[in-house]
Design a protein around this ligand. Sequence first.
Ligand SMILES: [Zn+2]
Ligand SMILES: [Zn+2]
Length: 207
Amino acid sequence: MSHEIEVRSIAVGPLEANCYILKCDEKGSAVIIDPGDEADRLAHTIKEAGLKPEAILLTHGHIDHANAAGALKDSFGCPIYIHRGDRDIVERGESPVLWGLVRNHCAVDKEIADGDEIAVGDIKFAVLHAPGHTSGSVCYRVGSLLFTGDVLFRGSIGRTDLPGGSDADMMQTLKTRISVLDGSTLVYPGHGPETTIEHEKKFNPFL
Ligand SMILES: [Zn+2]
Ligand SMILES: [Zn+2]
């Protein structure tokens, strides 16, 4: 029996980073992508929906995407996944205060690499390493859904001028990892509204 994945999108914190809560099977197994802030609100939403998170997946280590990860790990007892390149930022981020936010450090449980698959319920998340915004940025692909963090937005891309960022890596990522995906791929970015690869190839100047 195939299960239609359910995606909830909640913009959290002053930078309105998108946290995605995915229901992965009929039993309510769930995944949290990028819990950046407002841990209490996210936990409440998850409990209200009767979901049981089994993994916290981080697209990268920036504070606006990762700052509630530790609190939600404590609430639900589920492991935190991140690429090695961004592990240090989450565990002992160099800047305790950034963009007006105070960093909550937390321990990472699982380091992920390009090509890994993370299975939760009936769903498999494929890891695409996508450096450029940070060295450890990844996208998570589930069938025709793609969670891009700060790599790709509707009409734009993530900045490359922060520590760990690289223009050259970003161009390479867009060319070899993003543009090659099927046009119908539905993109859930780290900020702002959803889009598709087809739409971005037509209208995004960077693609
Ligand atoms: Zn970022
Ligand atoms: Zn961001």
